[in-house]
Design a binder for this molecule. Structure first.
Ligand code: SAH
Length: 229
């Protein structure tokens, strides 16, 4: 019988064929798929959703947040082009699944989650699974982690309206940032490379639907109209 994880990886491969232009090939890097095969996705979702853990869709994880769709995890990890010696910063830990996939590929992963309960839960899950190269920080990811910079790779898994400048500043020369950018209803994943001279080059890839990156300099939501009584 085909295991659920094999079905998930097959779905990812099928989906990759329609993203040839963005990936530069018609499949996901086998290193990324091997990393995803090693991470038990069902342990990152709430118990009542475990039966759906390997479907190619996002799932709720509580606090109005989600675990990303497996294809999107594969696609963004592929674009990030992580090498074994890399230090990686992730913004938007959520349940910690993407961080675990990065932890399989990189030397060190630092990840920031703004919701305290999610940060605690992710820390516990990653610790129980034996990941000693992943550190979960709690806070607003817009600022990155200036004390720990520079990073070879930065991955953002919630969408800001604009690319937060500290994240570009904290990229090492030769570094890469992968980030969904846009409003609630229209976002695209961007790939931003910093060359050895510190100049940045940017390309736009596929449309996506991430939860918003909260905080930072985002304009506050408009006040509701005052009702005069
Ligand atoms: N990487 C996750 C996806 C999580 S969804 C995965 O592996 O499935 C995005 C997460 O970003 C949510 O948990 C949300 O709370 C968090 N988030 C939103 N704004 C943030 C901010 N300013 N700083 C850090 N985390 C933020």
């Amino acid at each position: 019988m085909t295991e659920p994880i094999d079905r998930m990886l097959t779905a990812i491969d099928l989906h990759a064929k329609s993203c040839r232009a963005a990936l530069g090939r018609d499949h996901i890097d086998p290193r990324v798929k091997d990393a995803m095969r090693r991470v038990p996705r069902e342990l990152f979702v709430p118990e009542e959703n475990r039966a759906f853990a390997y479907g190619d869709h996002p799932l709720p994880i509580g606090r109005g947040q989600t675990i990303s769709q497996p294809f999107i995890v594969a696609f963004m990890t592929d674009l990030l082009d992580v090498q074994p010696e890399h230090r990686v910063l992730e913004i938007g830990t959520g349940c910690g699944y993407q961080a675990a996939v990065l932890g399989e590929l990189a030397a060190e992963v630092l990840t920031i989650e703004v919701v305290e309960d999610l940060a605690k839960q992710a820390r516990a899950t990653l610790h129980d699974l034996g990941y000693r190269n992943i550190v979960v920080h709690q806070g607003d990811g817009h600022a990155g982690l200036p004390d720990k910079a520079p990073f070879d790779r930065v991955l953002v898994t919630a969408a800001p309206g604009q690319v937060p400048k500290p994240l570009i500043d904290q990229l090492a020369p030769g570094g890469r940032l992968v980030i969904p950018v846009g409003g609630r209803f229209e976002q695209y994943i961007r790939v931003i490379d910093k060359d050895e001279q510190g100049r940045t080059h940017e390309r736009r890839t596929i449309p996506v639907a991430f939860v918003p990156l909260t905080g930072g300099d985002a304009p506050a939501r408009a006040e509701p109209p005052k009702i005069r009584g």
